[in-house]
Design a binder for this molecule. Structure first.
Ligand SMILES: CC(C)(COP(=O)(O)OP(=O)(O)OC[C@H]1O[C@@H](n2cnc3c(N)ncnc32)[C@H](O)[C@@H]1OP(=O)(O)O)[C@@H](O)C(=O)NCCC(=O)NCCS
Length: 108
């Protein structure tokens, strides 16, 4: 059964120079992925949108963003690790030059 859905959109420019904020919301594993890119900001913005969308799907603001990992399958599909709620979380991320967006479906 679908327990929640969340979506978010962020202007990439708004996060671009906020490295202090990056440090607060990206996990160690997120950093490992982000560090592969010469211009990481669109990936960072996608991760932010994903975690905001997760909060909306859960209707719960208590989760610590930096404890949640966003990993990728071999084909590149993103997924959450370490979400402190039961169920399956389906994640989709997209980014373009100006915006990043994400959708989360919580199934339990
Ligand atoms: C994988 C693919 C869908 C990504 O789409 P895109 O428009 O290049 O990029 P977007 O900005 O929309 O999405 C990027 C995000 O897609 C996600 N993604 C990558 N591979 C994915 C996959 N296999 N499944 C689901 N999501 C995927 C990632 O989260 C990525 O962001 P991240 O690396 O920062 O986490 C695309 O590259 C692709 O392979 N399309 C195949 C379709 C095709 O061949 N069309 C031609 C028909 S002629």
């Amino acid at each position: 059964m679908i327990a929640g859905i969340g979506t978010d959109i962020i202007e990439i420019e708004r996060l671009k120079d906020k490295k202090d904020l990056w440090k607060r919301f990206l996990s160690k594993k997120d950093w490992e992925y982000i560090s592969r890119f010469i211009q990481p900001e669109e990936h960072v913005a996608g991760f932010w949108a994903a975690k905001e969308a997760l909060v909306k799907a859960l209707d719960n603001t208590s989760i610590e963003f930096c404890d949640i990992n966003i990993l990728h399958t071999e084909s590149g599909k993103p997924y959450f690790e370490n979400v402190p709620f039961e169920g399956n979380f389906h994640l989709s991320i997209s980014h373009e030059r100006k915006f990043a967006t994400a959708v989360v479906i919580w199934e339990k």
